[in-house]
Write a protein that binds this ligand. Structure first.
Ligand code: ZN
Length: 137
């Protein structure tokens, strides 16, 4: 019985998207909505959590792999940017007593400058742009 169900499920999911990183990520807002509903029994929260569940099921069973993979790639791209941003904030905090981070106006690289108050001359190590930054605090 279990074997047969497993075989049926494997056949059923063949050519379908299944669970990807974006699908797993969607569980987080769904869980938040679910917890919020316990404290605020609002109809809108209920509708949103149902809509999210339907969307998650739709994505796993979808046969339009191209579109689902594009969504997943977009999600991974955004996640990477968010993680980079968080890491930068962590480093800023770690170096708060010794360094300041400034963006190069030319190539937009983020430079870690030793903390020296006032106008500082900077040579970007990446694009060789020469510019001045004003470090106030
Ligand atoms: Zn530069």
């Amino acid at each position: 019985m279990w074997q047969r169900f497993k075989m049926w499920l494997i056949n059923f999911m063949d050519g379908r998207n299944g669970t990807d990183e974006f699908g797993r990520f969607l569980l987080i807002p769904w869980l938040i909505l679910w917890v919020l509903q316990m404290f605020f029994p609002l109809r809108i929260l209920f509708i949103l959590s149902i809509a999210l569940i339907i969307y998650m099921i739709f994505r796993s069973f979808s046969r339009n792999l191209e579109k689902r993979q594009a969504e997943n790639a977009k999600y991974l791209q955004i996640r990477k940017k968010v993680l980079q941003f968080l890491k930068r904030q962590k480093n800023r905090l770690r170096d708060i007593k010794t360094h300041r981070y400034r963006k190069c106006p030319q190539c937009r690289a983020i430079l870690r400058l030793p903390l020296k108050k006032g106008e500082v001359q900077v040579d970007c190590p990446r694009c060789r742009e020469h510019f001045t930054v004003n470090i106030r605090l």
